[in-house]
Design a protein around this ligand. Structure first.
Ligand SMILES: NC(=O)c1ccc[n+]([C@@H]2O[C@H](COP(=O)([O-])OP(=O)(O)OC[C@H]3O[C@@H](n4cnc5c(N)ncnc54)[C@H](OP(=O)(O)O)[C@@H]3O)[C@@H](O)[C@H]2O)c1
Length: 247
């Protein structure tokens, strides 16, 4: 149960942006629940967060495409901490392809992981976020890792970009309903970030021109430090040069 420290739940924490966010929030004094499918990576991250930062860490191996798993994640979090200040909806699947022949099954799977799981988990945990919204100066935060491709459509991203546009819209709508009660949702929208997800793009987008993972983690951490009286609907992170509104 709660140690009195702020508590965050980070999905997709087994690597990449989610792992960096979990480390950053632990360093800032949060207790955590971390989830993904990769049990070994989660176990090793949990040990690191306990050893280096003294965080209380609950681990929940979760497949975000399965609704039962998502609800079990919410229950695990409630049981472990009984409190939620920051919900980081980061788990995501990326799969590019031409619209003309994009497999609809892949579209459905991506919507289940990138959007539906966020909707279900957000609904499950809203009561705890409202408690933080009423009781703390920073309130309850929902931070969804969306994408630049959710703001401006790009070739090969008709499905992925649509999932991210849905997240952006969902964050804005939730904020209109909940922010007077202290719960604010933000969609973080980076261009290309150097992670496993973008490894396949190395020929067309050199790694050293991509946004560093730590910058995304810092953006997320900075949002958690704002008071509940400030609303940030979208937080855009662009690459230098002519890419401003392109991934
Ligand atoms: N890299 C970019 O250029 C970029 C740009 C903008 C936005 N984003 C977004 O940032 C988020 C993190 O991506 P990343 O770049 O850090 O990629 P990544 O290294 O591939 O990490 C993806 C994370 O999501 C988890 N995940 C994937 N499918 C899952 C499932 N079915 N159930 C549970 N967890 C699942 C993965 O864990 P397991 O495999 O262990 O389950 C992993 O922890 C995603 O939402 C992505 O769309 C990325």
């Amino acid at each position: 149960m709660s140690t009195g420290r702020p508590v965050a739940l980070v999905t997709g924490a087994s690597r990449g942006i989610g792992e960096a966010v979990a480390v950053r929030l632990a360093a800032a004094g949060h207790d955590l629940t971390i989830s993904a499918r990769g049990a070994d990576a989660l176990a090793s991250l949990a040990s690191r967060l306990r050893d280096e930062y003294g965080s209380q860490v609950a681990v929940c191996v979760t497949d975000m495409s399965a609704e039962d798993d998502v609800r079990r994640l919410a229950a695990t979090h409630r049981e472990a901490h009984g409190r939620l200040d920051v919900l980081v909806l980061n788990a995501g699947m990326g799969a590019i392809g031409r619209f003309a022949d994009y497999p609809v099954r892949r579209f459905d799977k991506m919507f289940a992981i990138n959007v539906r799981s966020a909707y279900v988990l957000g609904q499950e945990l809203l009561p705890l976020l409202r408690e933080a919204g009423a009781a703390t100066e920073r309130g309850g935060k929902i931070i969804a890792v969306a994408s630049m491709t959710g703001l401006a459509g790009e070739p090969l991203n008709s499905a992925y970009g649509a999932t991210k546009a849905a997240l952006i819209s969902w964050c804005a709508a939730v904020t209109t309903e909940e922010s007077l009660g202290g719960v604010v949702a933000t969609a973080v929208c980076p261009g290309y970030v150097a992670t496993a997800m973008t490894e396949g793009l190395a020929d067309s987008v050199p790694l050293d021109t991509m946004i560093p993972v730590d910058d995304v983690a810092e953006a997320v951490a900075s949002l958690t430090r704002l008071s509940r009286r400030t609303v940030v609907p979208t937080f855009v992170l662009a690459r230098p040069g002519r890419h401003t509104w392109r991934a």
